[in-house]
Every structure is written in C-alpha cells, then in structure tokens.
Design a protein around this ligand. Sequence first.
Ligand code: ADP
Ligand code: MG
Length: 343
Amino acid sequence: MSIEVEHLTKRFGSFLAVDDVSFRVAPGELVALLGPSGGGKSTILRIIAGLERADSGTVSIGEDRVEHLDARDRRVGFVFQHYALFRHMNVRENIGFGLRVADVKEKERRARVDELLALMGLDGFAERMPAQLSGGQRQRVALARALAPRPRLLLLDEPFAAIDAKVRQELRTWLRALHDETHVTSVFVTHDQEEAFALAERVMILNHGRLEQAGSPTEIVDSPATEFVAQFVADANSLSAEIRGGRAIIGALSIPAPDFPDCRSARVVIRAYELKLWRSDTEAIADVRRVSALGDRVRVDVNIDGGPAMFGHFPRRSGLLEGVTPGSRVALEVTSALIYPVK
Ligand code: ADP
Ligand code: MG
C-alpha cells in the first residue's frame, strides 16, 4: 500500500511542530524519516497512525483517505522506541495479541505466530516472558506483534534507539533483510544518519517541522539541498563567508565560488574529509589548535588567520600530518565545498 501525506500541519498551542509537510511512500518501499530531536518526526508518524490529529492536511493509505478513521481502523502496525510488550504475557501471547483482539481462531493464530517466530529468528522463544529477553529480542517480538495482523503499513519510531551500538547494527541489517522478504510499506524514524542511510532506499530529512530534502542517500550526500542538510549528514564545518571576485573569503582562506554575485554573504559547508593541510612556513594560513586521535582517524582543529576555527579528518597514518602539532603553522586546501547564499 502507498502512503501519501499532503500539506500536513500540526501546532501544539502556538508552537508549529509540523509545517506543511508532503510526501509519498510507494507500495513496498522502506523510507527513513531522519532529523534532529524535536524536528516533528514522531508527530508525523502518530498522525499517520491516527494517534494524533493534524490541524490540516490529508493522509491517504492506498486510495483511502484516513483522517477520519480511528487508529484501530487504519490497519497500521507501530513499533516504538520503548518496548511496549505486555510484561505479564509470554512471547507467543504478545505476538498473537492483535489477532486475539480481532477474534482470529486459536488454530490460525498459532500458525501465524509460529510463522512470525521463524521469520524473526525467535524459534524456541515462544514461552519466554519479556523479562527473559535481551533488548534486541524484545524489539523483534514487538515487530512480530505489529506484523501479525498483516498491517497495510509499518511505522517504526526509533525502535533501536535504546539498544547498544553493536546490536543496533545487527538489527539494522536484519530489518533490511526482513523488509526485502515482507515488502510491507514502512516508515522508519531515526535521528541517526548512519542508520537511516544503511536501511532506507529513500531518506526524508526533517528539521523544525519542515521537510528539508527527500532523496536517496547518494543524492543527499552529493547534493544537499540546504545548509542544514549539508552539515547534518556529515561531520562538517559550517562557516560564514563573503563573496568577492568569484571567491568565497573566510579570513585568509579563499575558495572558488564562480556562480555567486559579489557582495553577497554566504554559508560555506566544508566536510571534515574535504580539508587538506600540511606543515608549511611559506604557504601557511592557519595555526593548529589541537590534534586528536579518533580511532582510525585523526581530527585536527585549526584557527584560520583572520577567520574562524575549523577542523578536518585525516587517515591515522597520513604522511601529510608529519610535524602537525598544536602551535604549528599549516597550509590549507579545500578539495570541495558547498556554498549556500544567505537569504
Ligand atoms: P521528534 O520525534 O522529531 O523528536 P516530535 O514530533 O516528538 O519530534 O516533537 C516535535 C515538537 O513538538 C517538539 O518540540 C515537541 O516538544 C513538541 N510536541 C510533541 N508532542 C507534543 C505535545 N503533545 N504537546 C506539546 N508539544 C509537543
Ligand atoms: Mg520522536
């Protein structure tokens, strides 16, 4: 089933939480809704599920307009960040809960639960109580419970956020494989850029209730539509510049900006991996402030002469870093920058 929302707007008092958001999710697609906390992601999901009412705008599931339907009549599966399993029910009873509510007969219910246990890799766990499961297993049970009544859509609100990093990565891979098997149209909410990009073929980026960009991970990384997107999806510097003579001037650093008229202020986003620097007495335009080891990378913070601070990431054994220590003078080169006019 497709999902289409058009011109969704939602205020809490005078606070605009969702600001004229429109998008469509194709049947069988898995999209991620990505953005910082407070951006309006959960509110949009809750409006689609019928747990919250929009002030204006429409929600369609397939051909049906659903704004006026109660949550239980929308046939939407929902998984939340916090395990919402029934603590006094075992795994089988949890997964079968929605089927029992729908008066599905015992035998059919059993078969469907068995099928889901197998699909979730939870064979042998049917009699366990939620307290006897790990966080990752609980979220798989929650997912099985959401899928049991064969929902038209699956909505996942940061389902792995409370799980530690290593297991979270495994769950990500597993969910992607599960989706390839079930093809239930899904919206996955996360504030984690890496999780969104690893999971979804299309990512929608939301900030302050507005949809900033929708596209494939590659499109978003290669051509971020806004300064916000550019700095949100990568470790990056976001700097103020003046445009003069076809160049963006940031203190002693100058970057080609051929398409901009003079006398215009701009914001320049320079990703940490697009900065090169090397020790030099003659070409130096910055002072090194700090050199920090980040596992496989090194972060170098510099002060541009007459300009702001910025940082770059370098491979740990990069020859360029020879002699680069706090206080040394360095030359800078920017291999690629994204330039946005200030409105
Ligand atoms: P996200 O899921 O992206 O973190 P939310 O959709 O939860 O964002 O919230 C968006 C904004 O709306 C936040 O600033 C939040 O405080 C506010 N908000 C959400 N729900 C309510 C509510 N029931 N009453 C008042 N404000 C709310
Ligand atoms: Mg949220």
